[in-house]
Design a protein around this ligand. Structure first.
Ligand code: AHM
Ligand code: MG
Length: 351
């Protein structure tokens, strides 16, 4: 083992906390509790093929989608890891329609946590990677025990954001605004060990685009033009991009964070705001992307600046390497040529 591999997530969080003498430890405890929940979920995801946890429950969640048992399990585990600690004034989950209050028998605190407990869960039965996404906000409402207002905050107010990818190994990646750090779960000792300190999206990075092209006919002409450009179909891109689409956001995002690339879930003529949720998916990943030197956009504006109006609102998402997301923004603005040479320079130097 190298000394790098001996930094547990606990040590990393404690060392970060020491830089803030006024810190009470509440925030650090929230991060440990999320890491603990991630280990529990990782264990169940690993056992999914063996245990009787697969298949639809038959219920429909607030997004109108069928819920799988593991989604419910992941939601319950995160809720129970956080509900009694006295650090939170409430939670919000992709699996639940409304603000989730802290049970009356427990004290409340000054933070709230938002999470997508198991994103991409439709992939589980095919053994494809899935993920948990989370973010932490400070309490802002006057309500003594918190209310939805505490969760309805823009991305720039997040005090922490992260995700866990349950893949060939389990990795937890998070930022508190001071670098993006990745930890790999060592299953034999049950600890997350620092494996990817200070992650930066490579620049120039690999030219990868990730999008569900099955929606091509539903896209705007600008979006089609962008993808035609990326594929080299319009005659102006001498180095076409590679396509990589897992259909599991955390896994697609994680690959692009490490290699470079851009993930897109555009608006289309049936879904004017795309598919992905601002608070549970886009805003947390946007914080990570930006702190890793990348960019996250609706196609026209910064994801982190959106003031949410409802807990489950959706947004188009373009996220990943800054230069590639800028190209998308130019196409969507209908001005692909403007300043294109400068944007393409780093790409031309890429792999
Ligand atoms: P979910 O939150 O219901 O799991 O849906 C989100 C998932 C993302 O992981 C993925 O990027 C996207 O849906 C894939 O959607 P599509 O099947 O339309 O390509
Ligand atoms: Mg999701």
């Amino acid at each position: 083992m190298t000394s790098k591999s001996l930094v547990t997530i606990e040590r990393h969080i404690i060392e970060a906390e020491r830089q803030f003498p006024e810190a009470t430890g509440a925030f650090s405890n929230i991060l440990y509790d999320i890491a603990f929940a991630a280990k529990m979920i990782a264990r169940e995801v690993r056992r999914a093929g063996l245990a009787d946890v697969l298949g639809y429950t038959g219920e429909v969640n607030v997004q109108g989608e069928e819920v799988k048992k593991l989604d419910e399990y992941a939601h319950e585990v995160i809720f129970k890891a956080l509900d009694h600690t006295g650090h939170l004034c409430g939670m919000a989950s992709e699996e639940v329609a409304d603000f989730i209050p802290i049970p009356d028998r427990f004290p409340t605190g000054k933070y709230c946590v938002l999470f997508d407990p198991l994103d991409g869960s439709s992939n589980i039965e095919a053994n494809v990677s899935v993920g948990t996404i989370f973010s932490v906000h400070r309490k802002v409402s006057d309500h003594p025990r918190g209310c939805a207002q505490d969760c309805l905050q823009p991305g720039y107010s997040q005090v922490a954001a992260g995700y866990v990818v349950y893949g060939s190994s389990t990795m937890l990646v998070y930022t508190t605004g001071n670098g993006v750090h990745g930890f790999t779960l060592e299953p034999s000792i049950g600890e997350f060990l620092l494996s990817h300190p200070d992650i930066r999206i490579p620049s120039p990075g690999q030219r990868i685009f990730s999008v569900n092209e099955g929606n091509y006919m539903k896209w705007s002409s600008q979006q089609r033009g962008l993808v035609d450009y990326l594929k080299g179909l319009d005659g102006t891109n001498p180095k076409p991009f590679s396509a990589r689409y897992i259909g599991s956001l955390v896994a697609d995002f994680h690959r692009n964070l490490l290699y470079g690339g851009m993930f897109m879930y555009p608006a289309d003529d049936k879904n004017p705001n795309g598919k992905l949720r601002l608070l549970y998916e886009a805003a947390p990943l946007a914080m990570i992307a930006e702190h890793a030197g990348g960019r996250a956009s609706t196609g026209t504006s910064r994801i982190m600046d959106i003031e949410p109006r409802s807990l489950h609102e959706r947004t188009p998402l373009y996220i990943g390497s800054a230069d590639q997301v800028e190209i998308a923004e130019r196409f969507l603005a209908g001005t692909p040529g403007a300043g294109m040479e400068a944007a393409l320079e780093p790409l031309a130097a890429g792999v």
